[in-house]
Structure formats: C-alpha cells, structure tokens
Design a protein. Structure first.
Length: 56
C-alpha cells in the first residue's frame, strides 16, 4: 500500500480521569487533557518532544 510510513502513534485514555497518555513512534511519552494538544505534540516529532514545561 502506498502512503504507509510504519510510524505508530498511540493515545490511551486513563480511565477515571480526563487525562490522555500518548506514546510516539520514537518511544517518547506525554500526558495531556486536551486531545488537540496531544496530537500537536506527537506530530511535531521530534522538535515538539523537547518543549520546556510541556508536562512530559
């Protein structure tokens, strides 16, 4: 299939909370309550993973 990159992004909801836990294809992890902020962090790979104060 064309268009596949082999990159896997995972976002899991932590039950009983409003928190999402994301794992990038590179292994970096991040938590956020805002789904848009989570995707922005993931898709900014790799520069987005090093933002100061991002809660990672």
């Amino acid at each position: 299939m064309s268009g596949r990159t082999g990159e896997i992004y995972r976002i899991a909801w932590l039950p009983g909370t409003d928190v999402l836990h994301g794992t990038c294809h590179c292994g970096a992890e991040h938590t956020a309550e805002d789904p848009v902020a989570m995707w922005v962090w993931m898709l900014a790979h790799p520069r987005g993973h090093d933002l100061p104060g991002d809660g990672s």
